[in-house]
Design a protein around this ligand. Structure first.
Ligand SMILES: Cc1cc2nc3c(=O)[nH]c(=O)nc-3n(C[C@H](O)[C@H](O)[C@H](O)COP(=O)(O)OP(=O)(O)OC[C@H]3O[C@@H](n4cnc5c(N)ncnc54)[C@H](O)[C@@H]3O)c2cc1C
Ligand code: SF4
Length: 517
């Protein structure tokens, strides 16, 4: 097994082993560069994954304290993982691309009050080949010859209802879940425990794809259980070393260059918490934008009690999608759009969250019909607002002595209008299928899609990172997660995180070879 010395200042250090960090690590290692990946969580095996949501939540989820003001749950505002593989363990595998209008949001939507809408500094045409590479790597169904997953009942109800409502663009989604055996991993058995981690390994996770592939190159060392706390800037203004906690000890690794892929909240915390004379407002924060423009898609639901049994839990979670409402059609009363996907819930989750405030017969009437339920998730674009921000609490500290992140988030009026429209659209679909009862569920899920707090752009005064994710202020410091997104689009973000990490790796490779890094 490859092991690098703490004094080896030629290693590239990647912080985080999830979608961004896992992919970047493999890409750099396979191009011959020495990579050390520092991961706060433990390394599990497929044998550690059991079909039990509660047990796996406790095993995988990032549970260090976080606070929130505004709309999110004040104690659990964000849902991500602390484990090798990051949130690609919990995720459900949906892999849509950004639409061109979403990457040109400012030009398309115009001047939306109280937002910081911009166009991406990377064009849809630039992204296209990287999307191709990411889809091929992840084995995304419905792309590059990978067959779609078969339709389950929940999707069949959604599709039939959607067609009755005049929608036409739908299928079983583009999923990073094997529909046929591929890449040494089996096909999905439709067991429906995707958010527990996939015990079969049919769902793409960096735990058993990118990380072992990086190890096979002989240029990669994974260090699990290593929580990075500090990045030290040398006399030359570059990051010289990274300090982390491992089994209670503080350890320092020298570095040639560093990338942070901690899934937005932790990336922001690391940048803001590393203040110095040279960086009084935090690392790479001369623009004052680190932590600002935090975005999270809304995820609201509609549930229908159908006339026949659906068994909506017997398939992948996001088992199909209707795309017709994703387009930008301002006549609906809002800019941007949303996706309509299937979703199931366990009885426990329904009881806790479905009828918030519901009690007694209101709750049991629906729960008694569990097998008859169909469910959909409505996920929509969230415009960037300067006031939605991640900051650090001035006093509260976690068990590692680090300041607790505080997430402030409020819906923009555009989001509120889109949600109202989306609930009605969802209700119409189940009404068309003769639902006996329809329940609209609120935006209670903690943010699963986090974006925007170190946005990329060409202007160092208006962005934190360059279009390749290198920070404007520190020449050898990169960001490789959703923090880079200038706008959020109306779709799940991970395919774009992976495509950007692959694109970034090629850029870093060129810079390293040219001696510029
Ligand atoms: C239930 C659920 C379902 C989802 N479904 C989808 C979906 O269908 N499609 C989609 O596109 N997206 C989905 N997502 C979102 C997706 O999981 C994330 O977009 C993606 O994993 C983000 O990748 P990342 O590399 O930024 O972060 P992560 O994958 O979360 O990886 C970050 C890693 O960094 C580590 N880390 C953080 N800070 C430190 C530190 N200081 N030191 C060391 N290590 C650190 C963490 O432990 C973690 O392992 C879902 C998320 C959830 C929770
Ligand atoms: S439904 Fe498929 S992807 Fe989800 S946990 Fe089961 S086998 Fe894995």
């Amino acid at each position: 097994m490859t092991a690098y010395s703490l004094d080896d200042s030629s290693v590239f250090v990647v912080i985080g082993s999830g979608a961004g960090g896992g992919v970047l690590s493999r890409e750099l290692a396979s191009r011959g560069h020495k990579v050390v990946c520092l991961e706060a969580g433990p390394r599990l095996t497929l044998g550690d994954i059991v079909n039990d949501e509660t047990e796996m939540f406790n095993k995988l989820t990032w549970l260090d304290p976080r606070m929130a003001t505004g709309k999110p749950d004040p104690k659990f505002p964000v849902w991500g993982c602390k484990t090798v593989g990051g949130t690609t363990m919990h995720w459900t595998g949906a892999c849509p691309r950004f639409e061109p209008h979403e990457m040109r949001a400012r030009s398309t939507y115009g001047d939306m009050p109280d937002t910081t809408l911009v166009d991406w500094p990377v064009s849809p045409e630039d992204m296209a080949p990287w999307y191709d590479k990411a889809e091929m790597r992840m084995g995304v169904t419905g792309t590059h010859g990978n067959p779609h997953l078969p339709p389950g009942n929940n999707y069949k109800v959604l599709e039939a209802g959607a067609r009755k409502c005049g929608y036409t663009d739908m299928d079983t989604h583009n999923m990073a879940i094997n529909s046929v055996a591929r890449d040494g991993r089996p096909h999905c058995r439709q067991l429906g425990f995707c958010t527990s981690g996939c015990a079969l390994g049919a769902k793409w996770s960096t735990l058993y794809t990118e990380i072992p592939a990086a190890e096979e190159t002989g240029n990669f060392e994974l260090r699990p259980g290593c929580m990075v706390t500090a990045l030290k800037v040398g006399e030359d203004g570059r990051i010289a070393s990274v300090t982390y906690l491992h089994e209670g000890q503080s350890v320092t690794q020298k570095a040639r260059a560093v990338s942070i892929a901690g899934n937005v909240v932790e990336t922001t915390r690391l940048l803001l918490n590393n203040r110095s004379e040279r960086h009084p407002n935090g690392l790479a924060n001369s623009s004052g934008l680190v932590g600002r423009n935090y975005m999270r898609h809304f995820t609201i639901q509609v549930m229908g009690v159908m006339p026949g049994k659906v068994h909506f839990y017997r398939q992948t979670h996001l088992a199909g999608v209707v795309r017709d409402e994703r387009a930008h059609r301002p006549e609906r009363g809002f800019a941007g759009g949303f996706l309509i996907s299937t979703v199931p819930f366990t009885p426990e989750v329904l009881a806790k969250n479905m009828l918030v405030g519901g009690w007694g017969r209101d709750l049991t009437r629906v729960l008694d019909k569990y097998e008859y339920l169909a469910g959909m998730l409505l996920t929509g674009e969230d415009p960037p607002q300067y006031s939605n921000a991640i900051t650090l609490h001035p006093e509260a500290r976690d068990a590692n002595g680090l300041p607790v992140p505080v997430i402030h988030y409020e819906d923009h009026p555009n989001t509120i209008a889109m949600k109202e429209y989306a609930w009605k659209a969802g209700r119409r679909i189940y009404e068309a299928m003769g639902a006996e009862e329809i329940v609209e569920m609120g935006d209670y899920i903690p943010a699963t899609h986090n974006m925007g707090t170190a946005r990329m752009g060409d202007d160092p005064r208006a962005s934190v990172c360059t279009p390749y994710g290198r920070t404007h202020d520190v020449a050898n410091l990169f960001v490789s997660d959703g923090s880079l997104f200038p706008t959020a689009g109306g779709c799940n973000p991970t395919l774009t995180i992976v495509a950007l990490a692959m694109r970034q790796a090629e850029h870093i490779d060129g810079e390293l070879r040219a001696g510029r890094l």
